[in-house]
Design a protein around this ligand. Structure first.
Ligand code: UN1
Length: 492
């Protein structure tokens, strides 16, 4: 396969036809590949969406969970059947290379499979009661409508992480995608509607898409009918969203900025580390929340490792993400290029890959000490490298940022690896050994600490955020003993 001969706009038009999307409306989508318009969508109505979701909840919460799982199983089938065209649209609208776009749709399929199994495993506890002839249990009930706010960089997978879990947990879903990637959201909704049609009797308003900008997002965030706001994006966005949700005592699940580090220790396999650095620092043009942004390298191996990374950065193929030879596609837009330039100045190397797109070579910036712009998350392929002498110092550097999403260590020394994973080691939600900080599987809980927001999505027991916990005490005796031995007897 090589780069299609047809233009980005023509390819997008063909894909939209294939999905049956009109591509009309007041909101414009542009491809980062060449900056051209590839379609339009219509702005949504937040109040109407919340009303429909609240009505759907009253029905969906009483559908047995394994039956709810059947809907997610059908969604997984639709995603399998349309994996390629959906991935092509992700490439056109988000600028990812085809392999990563296919991987993103695979991540959707994986979470559907996970959620189907989960629909039979929403387990509560049986708890020992201190009172005779009493039984205590804990149950998990559906929570209510869930709002999913997603970012451009994972325009479809992050919705699926949330929607697949929310649906089996008994919650309707409203999706407010990034304004930069509205068409992929429309395509996912087409597949969702096919699954809903095959399912048959799901309530109207169970899964909705509300397109729009900040004001639309704010109206949804403020609506008291939304029980959970699951928001993925920058720390600044989270800082705006979280207090609004808290003010109405709503629940939020935040997956915000990262400033992820990799420690490379003296015993590390340097070639393995260099390959992991290339993928995690430069892949997706540095636009993952899990992107490697800080390399903390031991003095004794710094020179050869940095030289090898420089070589890889200098030769990695940049270009049209539709070309299978390309490893690095464009930045999402001009503003992303400007942000990179503000941070590294004339060290930025722009590449004229496709006219109208913003293509930049990954940059490695060596620093003597951690500080300044290295503490920020700039959504671009900038890797800072700093040297260390002791592991304690390296771990302190790893932790000495305001974000706490992902981290990794390359070492063949068991003691070092375990110290990195221990309580006094990495303070991040994700800590890896001999792999980079990005590219997580769906089976684990995904998210991080500090300014990353504290939320966990995807695997493990992340489903609990989408349900309400209820503690039940049942008395099957003929007395009324009180807890803690309290006496409250009435005269006979
Ligand atoms: C994100 O960038 O918001 O671990 C999510 C990863 C991907 C998900 C990234 N599975 O890099």
């Amino acid at each position: 396969m090589s780069v299609p001969q047809i233009s980005v706009a023509e390819e997008a038009a063909a894909l939209l036809r294939e999905f049956g999307i009109a591509g009309e409306g007041g909101l414009v989508s542009r491809s980062p590949i060449d900056g051209n318009e590839i379609g339009r969508v219509t702005e949504g109505n937040p109040a109407a969406a919340c009303a429909a979701a609240a009505a759907a909840f009253l029905e969906w919460r009483s559908v047995p969970a394994p039956r709810r799982g059947e809907l997610v199983r059908l969604l997984g089938e639709e995603l399998r059947a349309s994996k390629e065209p959906l991935a092509q649209l992700v490439t056109l609208e988000a600028g990812k290379i085809v392999s990563e776009s296919l991987g993103e749709v695979q991540e959707m399929i994986d979470i559907c499979d996970f959620a189907v199994g989960l629909s039979r495993q929403l387990y509560g506890l049986t708890i020992a009661s201190e009172r005779p002839d009493h039984r205590m249990i804990e149950q998990w009930h559906p929570l209510g409508p869930v709002l999913v706010i997603s970012a451009f960089n994972f325009p479809v997978a992050v919705w699926a992480w949330n929607a697949a879990l929310a649906l089996v947990c008994g919650d309707p879903v409203i999706w407010k995608p990034s304004e930069k990637t509205p068409l992929t959201a429309e395509a996912v909704m087409v597949l969702m509607r096919r699954a809903l049609d095959r399912f048959g009797d799901a309530p109207a308003g169970l899964v909705q898409l509300v397109q729009g900008g900040r004001e639309i997002g704010e109206a949804l965030v403020d609506d008291p009918r939304i029980a959970l706001v699951s928001a993925t994006g920058s720390t600044a966005m989270g800082r705006a969203v979280a207090p609004r949700v808290a003010a109405r005592f709503g629940r939020s699940l935040l997956e915000l900025g990262g400033n992820n580090a990799m420690i490379v220790a003296p015993s590390a396999d340097l070639e393995l580390a260099a390959r992991a650095i290339l993928f995690s620092a430069a892949g997706t043009a540095g636009q993952r929340c899990t992107t490697l942004r800080r390399l903390i390298v031991h003095d004794s191996v710094a020179e050869p490792l940095i030289a090898r990374v420089r070589e890889l950065f200098a030769t990695v193929t940049l270009g049209d993400p539709r070309d299978p030879a390309t490893l690095i596609g464009p930045l999402i837009d001009c503003a992303a290029g400007d942000a990179m330039e503000r941070v590294i100045g004339d060290q930025i190397e722009c590449v004229e890959a496709v006219a109208g797109g913003h293509y930049v070579r990954p940059a490695l910036v060596e620093v003597d000490a951690q500080g300044g712009t290295m503490l920020q998350e700039t959504f671009a392929p900038i890797l800072y490298a700093v040297r260390y002498t002791t592991l304690d110092e390296a771990i302190a550097l790893n932790n000495d940022v305001t974000q706490g999403l992902s981290s990794s260590i390359f070492t063949n020394d068991l003691r070092e690896a375990e110290r990195f994973l221990a309580a006094a080691g990495s303070d991040c939600g994700i800590a890896n050994v001999n792999i980079g900080p990005s590219g997580a599987e769906i089976g684990g809980a995904f998210g991080g600490e500090k300014e990353t927001g504290g939320g966990r999505e995807s695997g493990s027991d992340a489903w609990r955020a989408y349900m309400r916990r209820q503690t039940n005490t049942i008395n099957y005796g003929s007395d009324l003993p009180l807890a803690q031995g309290v006496r409250f007897d009435i005269a006979p």
